[in-house]
Design a binder for this molecule. Structure first.
Ligand SMILES: O=P(O)(O)OC[C@H]1O[C@H](OP(=O)(O)OP(=O)(O)O)[C@H](O)[C@@H]1O
Ligand SMILES: O=c1cc[nH]c(=O)[nH]1
Ligand SMILES: [Mg+2]
Length: 232
């Protein structure tokens, strides 16, 4: 894990060849849905493990069958609260809870409108109670313009003041990180890699394309449904 010197509290995992290999597979247009989702689960599991290095643990005394010794037990790890941003955070969250298995999980929906406004529509928010010793992890693989996460974190902050608010994702554009850090300087950001830039449609370059579609397939336009039924 390395801190990026352009911002405070922004980390990437470019020093991990294992994660860079998974990222390479995610980027490739040859990688199909099933492989893509499995890669996100693998990534989440490893990022969760790396993230525990930033957490506080308790010292404990225990008895082995032979003598007394000291060890450590979950401290912060018992108080994790994950917010999953639909759709594509689902497999990343599945990986995270393999290492952060006591996590309480909230689900929010967020749909990004078209350029240049990128308005966020958030119609579903179901989140557990927040406590002051919680580490809140907002899980969303892509930080592009940052609009989705700005909206999500602002909504979450209405539920209380946790110990930490952390974003865990796969790729970020510098533009998105700057927007987030301007509004939410205390939020920590952990991504596999920070990419070069955004294109004029708000896609990360070189990126991996539309992450939701890569994982779950391209959705149909619901307004077309009645028309399609008439054709049957
Ligand atoms: O930083 P931003 O510019 O807000 O863009 C990032 C958002 O785009 C993707 O979601 P998308 O809206 O495509 O939803 P999906 O997962 O349902 O496809 C991604 O999962 C982020 O939530
Ligand atoms: O590159 C991008 C930007 C936003 N959302 C995606 O899925 N991909
Ligand atoms: Mg999408």
């Amino acid at each position: 894990m390395i801190e990026d010197n352009r911002w405070e509290g922004v980390y990437s995992f470019e020093d991990s060849p294992y994660l860079m290999e998974i990222l390479t597979e995610l980027r490739s247009k040859e990688t199909e849905n099933v492989r893509f989702r499995k890669d996100l689960v693998k990534l989440g599991r490893y990022m969760g493990y790396e993230f525990t290095k930033t957490m506080e643990f308790k010292k404990v005394k225990i008895e082995t069958p032979l003598e007394s010794t000291e060890g450590i037990a979950s401290g912060d790890r018992d108080h994790v609260y994950i917010i999953t941003v639909l759709r594509v955070a689902i497999p990343l969250m599945e990986g995270l809870i393999k290492t952060l298995e006591h996590s309480r999980v909230g689900i929010v929906s967020a749909s990004r409108g078209k350029a240049p406004d990128f308005n966020i529509e958030m119609s579903y928010i179901k989140v557990p109670h927040m406590r002051e010793d919680d580490t809140v992890i907002v899980c969303d693989p892509m930080i592009a313009t940052g609009s989705t996460l700005l909206k999500t974190v602002s909504e979450i902050k209405k539920c209380g003041i946790p110990k930490r608010i952390v974003i865990i994702g796969v790729l970020a554009a510098p533009e998105g990180i700057t927007a987030l850090k301007e509004e939410l300087p205390d939020v920590e950001i952990y991504v596999t890699k920070i990419d070069r830039e955004l294109n004029d449609k708000g896609y990360i370059l070189p990126g991996l394309g539309d992450a939701g579609d890569r994982a779950f397939g391209e959705p149909i336009n619901i307004s077309m449904l009645p028309l399609m039924h008439n054709l049957e």
